[in-house]
Design a protein around this ligand. Structure first.
Ligand code: ADE
Length: 228
């Protein structure tokens, strides 16, 4: 999977991706993460990537030319997705992460502070994605959420033990509760079933727990699960 991230703040992307699972996936050659800075495509002395809005009003607007040129500079493959991160997009979720994990390349365009010139959204094939109904300072955090969620799904990105923990949510349910040593922490004890050694009963208990907590904490997911 090749990630190409168009951003005025490349260090935010490279910083996060040098830790934990994304870093390991990079080292193993499962992903590559390249950043493209629109500022490098500006044509004036001051490397200006934004300008005042037509019609007046507060704030600045990201300019078409540096963003179009940055986008055009990226070599594209057949099986790719192009994404612009904005709060106006369709909301990201696990199902979308699974779809994106089927691609060979994901290009993501991040804005910062202000809005994009409307014509940037009109780049052919670009889809708008939001990571939730709140406004971030920039699209970088949203792009990182997508890089992270997609990378975890790629074959070989997770260790054997980690992928076991994954199973539950991929079914559309919340995770069952996990415990490790000690058995008794400040009077809170590990459920006895987990010490029983009966793997069939443990699996049954975990499934019941996942169902029960999904029903209480996320009734919307629970309803969807029942209809599946
Ligand atoms: N940029 C600013 N806010 C955002 C959000 N909620 N999702 C994606 N990109 C954003």
């Amino acid at each position: 999977m090749k990630f190409d991230i168009i951003t005025l703040f490349p260090e935010i992307i490279t910083g996060y991706c040098s830790f934990s699972i994304p870093a390991r996936a990079k080292k193993k050659g499962i992903i590559s993460v390249d950043t493209i800075n629109p500022r490098d495509f500006t044509r004036d002395r001051h490397k200006k990537a934004d300008d005042t809005p037509y019609g007046g009003g507060a704030g600045m607007v990201l300019m078409c030319q540096p963003f179009y040129d940055a986008y055009d500079s990226i070599p594209k493959t057949e099986n790719m997705a192009s994404i612009i991160l904005t709060p106006q997009g369709e909301v990201f979720n696990q199902a979308k992460a699974e779809q994106l994990a089927q691609k060979d390349q994901i290009v993501m365009m991040c804005g910062h502070y202000e809005g994009f010139d409307e014509r940037i959204r009109q780049i052919p094939g670009l889809i708008e994605i939001s990571i939730g109904d709140f406004v971030l300072t920039g699209g970088e955090l949203a792009a990182l959420c997508i890089i992270d969620a997609v990378t975890r799904l790629l074959p070989g990105a997770l260790g054997k033990d980690e992928s076991v923990l994954e199973e539950s949510f991929s079914e559309g349910l919340l995770e069952y509760p996990h415990y490790t040593k000690p058995y008794d922490f400040r009077g809170m004890k590990v459920p006895d079933i987990l010490l029983s050694g009966n793997h069939q009963e443990i699996a049954k208990w975990r499934k019941e727990q996942a169902l029960a907590r999904t029903k209480v904490k996320r009734p919307d997911l629970y309803e969807k699960y029942l209809k599946k």
